[in-house]
Design a protein around this ligand. Structure first.
Ligand code: CO
Length: 141
């Protein structure tokens, strides 16, 4: 069973512009927003906006074959890309998804939080791309 909502992923054309929106429009402190980091293996740059109960993951395309590029072609001003729920064990979660007939889009791999993740096809969840992430060790003492 899924646990906490870890974050909501938002695809953006410019992380810097999106950071300014969260600061200027929504009053988020700059200290609550992480540095932007590159994840070349997955074709993205990302930063997290830390909220009291969750995070927003800002995702910008990196390189020519970024999976985010197509999304931004369909949604030029950006948009909600995925939601991420925590699970206790990523391999157990993967096996359970497969057993129930869901389409798991990747083998478990290390995601932006440094914890293993999988993605489940939007057709299995009312059109929403779902990321499952193993709860990082010591994350919720
Ligand atoms: Co994510």
């Amino acid at each position: 069973m899924i646990g906490r909502l870890n974050h909501v992923g938002i695809a953006v054309a410019s992380i810097e512009a999106a950071k300014a929106t969260y600061c200027d429009l929504y009053g988020v402190s700059e200290r609550a927003i992480t540095e932007t980091r590159d994840l070349p293996a997955q074709g993205v740059r990302f930063a997290f906006v830390n909220l009291p109960n969750s995070q927003i993951e800002l995702i910008e395309p990196l390189g020519e074959n970024s999976p985010i590029t197509k999304f931004l072609e369909r949604n030029p001003s950006g948009g909600q890309h995925h939601v991420c729920f925590e699970v206790a064990d990523i391999y157990a979660a993967r096996d359970e998804m497969v057993r129930k007939g869901a389409t798991v889009l990747n083998e478990p791999r290390i995601g932006a939080h440094g914890a293993p993740i999988i993605f489940v096809h939007p057709r299995n969840s009312n059109g929403v791309l779902v990321e499952l992430m193993e709860t990082p060790k010591g994350a919720h003492p």
